[in-house]
Design a binder for this molecule. Structure first.
Ligand code: ATP
Ligand code: MG
Length: 360
């Protein structure tokens, strides 16, 4: 299922201005058990035309990060306690709800996991795509219909003129997700956010929908944030990767760097617990322990209770590691990132796999 990746970005990574820049974002939720530190100082950039894959265990803050920049966090119980999110220099966190509504759907579009929750069941698919267009631009009725049918065609919906008049429940999950993608790109957004876009679909349909997403991105040249648990999807789709753990970014790099030479023990853990061809299941190394509590995050490096590299080292328990810059767009939040080659070699010996220098 090799897909030709889009050019990493129209500009070399780290050069020029990012389209979207998330800086030190902090989002918390007040709950009966205490404050949930869902997003704790997250920073990453998105350049035009590139796909940034965001990966991390359930509850690591992947969705809350993007919901925060879209103004979709319920407040209360949520609170954006710090940071900025610059879209071409404008801080989205400072916009009022009306201004933000204009940005949503026009400049930034979102594709969610389950289209049934984001499509309105009482409106036809065509009406909903049409509304996405007419709510941001004045376009005549015939022109709107023509554009909608062209969009449905682009996302591979067969007989698009007939589908235009159907209701969401008359389509399969895969077709609904294609319609969502059509709606998302209807206004040529600058940023496309896809949060687990294929998780709810059958495996065979997943590949098709990813193809459609890639085509939609090529068509719009949108900078894309693709959130997924699935490292296979990341390998297939992403140009760059952001790895999150416990509400923080722990590593960033190109997809090749992340897969070939991870610089954070958590990323290495994700890679070595990934089932792959030619690797016995018994030799996989699951990450020991459980995801951290976001109410009582472990002190120092939040990953330290599960980390082989940090065992017995007090700095890991006491000092939150900064996100060390290792190169252009390359970061690691590990105190001992310079020991990662040996650590990867150890894991290779234990699992019989090759991580360092391996082809993804
Ligand atoms: N409305 C809310 N009230 C309280 N806590 C919340 C709320 N929304 C999210 N959280 C918490 O914020 C944390 C981060 O959630 P988030 O949805 O960003 O995780 P995620 O990385 O997207 O996980 P998944 O892979 O399961 O989608 C979780 O612990 C979650 O329980
Ligand atoms: Mg999520």
């Amino acid at each position: 299922m090799a897909r030709e990746k889009t050019a990493p970005s129209t500009q070399p990574i780290g050069v020029g201005e990012p389209l979207l820049s998330i800086r030190g974002l902090v989002t918390e939720f007040a709950t009966a058990d205490g404050v949930v530190h869902a997003v704790d100082g997250v920073s990453y950039d998105v350049y035009p035309g590139e796909t940034v894959g965001v990966v991390g265990e359930s509850g690591s803050g992947k969705s809350v990060t993007v919901m925060s920049l879209l103004g979709l966090i319920p407040q209360p119980p949520g609170r954006i306690a710090g940071g900025e999110v610059l879209l071409e220099g404008r801080d989205l966190l400072k916009l009022d709800p009306k201004e933000l509504r204009k940005v949503r759907g026009k400049e930034i579009a979102m594709i969610f996991q389950d289209p049934m929750t984001s499509l309105n069941p009482v409106l036809t698919v065509g009406d909903q795509i049409a509304e996405a267009i007419t709510s941001h631009a004045q376009v005549g009725k015939d022109e709107v219909r023509r554009r909608c049918v062209a969009l449905l065609e682009l996302v591979g919906v067969p007989n698009p003129s007939d589908r235009f008049d159907q209701y969401p429940h008359e389509s399969s999950g895969g077709m609904r997700q294609r319609a969502m993608i059509a709606m998302a790109i209807a206004n040529q957004p600058k940023i496309l956010i896809a949060d687990e876009p294929t998780t709810a679909l059958d495996v065979t349909i997943q590949a098709q929908v990813l193809e459609v997403l890639a085509a939609a991105q090529r068509e719009t040249n949108a900078g894309t944030i693709l959130i997924t648990h699935d490292l296979g999807v990341i390998a297939e789709m992403a140009d760059r990767v952001v790895v999150m753990y416990g509400g923080r970014v722990v590593e960033t790099g190109s997809v090749d760097e992340i897969f070939h030479s991870p610089k954070h023990p958590y990323t290495l853990g994700l890679l070595s617990s990934l089932p792959r061809p030619n690797v016995d299941m018994e030799r996989l190394l699951p990450i020991p322990g459980n995801p951290p509590s976001l109410i009582n995050l472990p002190s120092g490096c939040a990953f330290h209770p599960r980390c082989h590299l940090g065992e017995g080292r007090s700095s890991c328990r006491t000092e939150i590691p900064p996100l060390h810059q290792l190169g252009d767009g390359r970061h690691s939040a590990c105190h001992y990132h310079d020991e990662m080659s040996e650590e990867a070699a150890r894991v290779e010996r234990e699992t019989g796999t090759t991580i360092e220098g391996e082809n993804p």
